[in-house]
Design a protein. Structure first.
Length: 453
């Protein structure tokens, strides 16, 4: 048992405070996840008010909800009033409507106005991520006036790495790093330090669009304006990282052949998870039924040359694997902007050549496997060379088709306005399985006609 758990069991408040004295808010939040619900509430009540709000922001939504139920109204009010507005907005929008209404009631009038303002923006927009706590200065001020203003008003700012220059109407004019003010003469004017190359976000834009902007601009925070250019808040890198993580998680889950869970794996309800995974599995199962249909279509060929059936698993798995590889690579490239829709022809050329090379490698291995085995066994009969050629050539065609189908399907879905991630690896594998059988038996008929067929 940890020292913290022992101190909680003994209800030794002094020992608990001593243990947590040098812990950071993320460390305290991590330690709380290992405790029982009762001990979590006890530990949270011991924390100083301001620190409790900081720790609360690092807890997952499920634990936040449990604590809000366990704590008294005064403690809840303290937490919500001291939370960063963007984190509080995330909590409010994910809570049931009745709970959100109660939580809004415990906010101070000023914080309630901020919360309602942020909740007024569309769900999934940059406006829901931003915080109104920033420092704005005027271009006619001197460096001395700016530094004095920061000392007086910078306490509640989300970040002080960048200061924002606005005109008399509040319109964003420029942003300047604090480092430049610290190194500049005190009598220098802000206007003399401006280059008017300001990167900004619009509150109504999709939150995911901020990820690429932060990535390309290498910023820790970016200003947010309304449609008329008035500065209304900032978005910081920690919130954008959460968006990027959620998007990557959803894409991985879709590529794996299920709907995005939208909740942590250990928190989502059992039947909700079954529903999200079962739908895709049913679709894929129905698709795989076409494989049996294709096998039935070539039943006559299989009866005449039973040896062909030995390589069916090899053939369909090779095509499915190559297609899954290609679709995963292209989905990721589209997601991070490495390729665009206009690049489809370049991607197609690369994948045709890649498929030809990869298919040749596998086809050669398959050919020599049959050739070598025929030295020691008669399982492939007197026409083993034709069987080896059938398998080798089929693998070249199937792998090339798999890479081509897997790489082009994400482009096709994006062009239709769908999420490319829905072209999951299992979906591509199912598609290539069916068509791969057609290719295999067509090649077999070409090589074995007049002998085994």
């Amino acid at each position: 048992m940890s020292d913290l758990a022992q101190a909680l069991m003994a209800q030794d408040i002094t020992a608990i405070r001593t243990l947590m004295k040098n812990w950071t808010p993320p460390a305290i939040a991590a330690s709380m996840k290992e405790l029982s619900q009762k001990d979590q509430a006890v530990m949270f009540r011991i924390l100083p008010r301001h620190e409790a709000a900081l720790v609360f922001e690092f807890l997952d939504r499920a634990l936040q909800a449990r604590l809000l139920k366990a704590l008294g109204q005064e403690d809840v009010a303290n937490i919500l009033n001291h939370m960063a507005p963007d984190d509080r907005t995330g909590l409010l929008e994910e809570s049931p409507a009745a709970v959100t209404k109660k939580l809004l009631e415990v906010l101070s009038p000023q914080e309630r106005e901020v919360a309602l303002s942020l909740l007024g923006y569309p769900k999934g927009s940059i406006g829901r991520l931003m915080t109104p706590h920033y420092v704005a200065v005027k271009q006619e001020w001197t460096v001395r006036e700016v530094l004095d203003y920061v000392r007086a008003h910078g306490t509640n700012s989300e970040t002080l790495s960048v200061l924002y220059v606005v005109d008399d109407n509040g319109v964003l004019v420029d942003d300047i790093r604090v480092r430049e003010f610290l190194l500049a003469p005190h009598n220098r004017l802000v206007s003399d330090m401006m280059d008017r190359r300001c990167v900004k976000l619009t509150a109504t834009d999709a939150a995911e669009s901020a990820v690429s902007v932060f990535l390309s601009e290498d910023r820790k925070a970016l200003p947010v304006t309304d449609t008329s250019g008035v500065l209304i808040g900032i978005v910081t890198i920690d919130d954008v990282l959460k968006i990027a993580e959620n998007r990557a998680t959803a894409e991985i889950q879709k590529v794996g052949g299920s709907e995005a869970l939208d909740e942590p794996y250990m928190s989502i309800g059992f039947w909700r998870m079954v529903r999200k995974r079962g739908g895709w599995l049913v679709v894929l199962f129905l698709g795989e039924m076409l494989t049996a249909t294709a096998m039935g279509f070539f039943e006559g060929e299989i009866e005449k040359a039973v040896v062909l059936a030995l390589f069916v698993p090899l053939i369909i798995s090779s095509g499915g694997n190559s297609g899954s590889q290609a679709t995963t690579l292209v989905i990721r490239a589209l997601a991070i902007g490495e390729v665009r829709l206009a690049d489809w022809w370049r991607v197609m050329r690369r994948e045709i050549l890649s498929g030809l090379a990869l298919g040749s490698i596998l086809g050669t291995i398959g050919f020599f496997r049959i050739a070598v085995w025929s030295i020691f066994s008669k399982i492939y009969g007197p026409h083993w060379l034709l069987v080896a050629l059938t398998v080798g050539v089929s693998l070249v065609g199937i792998v090339m088709w798999g890479t081509l189908a897997g790489s082009m399907l994400p482009f096709f879905l994006r062009r239709l306005g769908f999420d490319p991630a829905t072209s999951s690896a299992p979906f591509v594998a199912t598609l290539v399985d069916v068509t791969g059988l057609v290719i295999y038996f067509s090649v077999a008929y070409l090589f074995l006609r007049g002998t085994l067929l």
